[in-house]
Design a protein around this ligand. Structure first.
Ligand SMILES: *[C@@H]1O[C@H](CO)[C@@H](O)[C@H](O)[C@H]1NC(C)=O
Ligand SMILES: *[C@@H]1O[C@H](CO)[C@@H](O)[C@H](O)[C@H]1NC(C)=O
Length: 225
């Protein structure tokens, strides 16, 4: 637990310096750049209709009951850390079938068994914004990023679960960008993330609200005395 706190605090205290080395590190490693990735960006994007149809199909296949979130980034609170800093949590990315992959610890990328429990938030991405449209490019990127992170030590401040997701997005050139990193993923998932259920909303926010209320009350009482 203490190492997670260290990570959270260093991310919080050093948001700018933490992002820079990580952004470099999550760029395409040379041994992963397959010929298929060398195609011009967006070369064979299908017509927009197919894209939005895929989006609709994937949206309908989201199933919190079995933890299936096709084409989503999923997020779950880390005890204590999220209570103090509610924008920091544990993150994973799902395959086209909705199976969660998350970098859960040193040399370990979990499959369908998210560390810290089931997701409380999901951010659905648009598969038509992948360099080559379709589930193959998406799954390939998620798979390659996971294989790469199976070989990596977990580094709390600059090579963690967010970096694994960022590498997958960089490999698939999501939104025609290869500058996905820990900091922008953290912010964007906070903005775009949808809560899975009412209980998930409470699990995410209630401890933080209670803690801040207590702290505020104590601070005010001491000041007004
Ligand atoms: C995708 O890219 C466009 C233009 O490059 C940008 O305006 C938009 O904010 C990006 N979307 C996300 C989710 O980053
Ligand atoms: C993707 O980005 C590159 C440079 O960043 C740009 O030249 C290209 O036109 C973009 N492609 C699309 C489809 O937006």
């Amino acid at each position: 637990m203490s190492h997670i706190l260290t990570f959270g605090l260093s991310l919080w205290l050093l948001p700018s310096s933490a992002g820079i080395p990580e952004a470099e590190r999550t760029r395409l490693p040379s041994r992963l750049s397959r010929p298929v990735l060398a195609q011009p960006a967006m070369a064979d994007v299908a017509e927009p209709d197919a894209g939005s149809r895929n989006y609709q199909i994937a949206l309908e296949r989201i199933d919190p009951g079995t933890s299936r979130y096709p084409y989503c980034i999923v997020w779950t609170p880390i005890p204590v850390l999220t209570w103090l800093l509610p924008f920091i949590g544990h993150m994973g990315i799902c395959t086209s079938a909705g199976v969660i992959r998350d970098f859960a610890g040193p040399y370990f990328v979990s499959e369908d068994n998210m560390a810290f429990g089931r997701p409380t938030k999901y951010w659905m991405l648009d598969v038509s914004k992948v360099y080559a449209s379709g589930s193959d490019a998406w799954d390939c990127a998620v798979h390659d990023a996971s294989e790469e992170y199976k070989r990596r030590m977990h580094n709390l401040c600059c090579d963690n679960c967010h970096s694994h997701v960022a590498m997958a997005l960089n490999l698939m050139r999501y939104n025609n960008s290869t500058s996905w990193n820990m900091v922008n993923l953290c912010l964007l998932s906070l903005i775009h993330g949808k809560h899975v259920s009412c209980f998930a909303f409470l699990k995410t926010w209630l401890p933080f609200l209670i803690l801040s209320t207590v702290v505020l009350t104590v601070a005010l009482t001491l000041n007004l005395r």
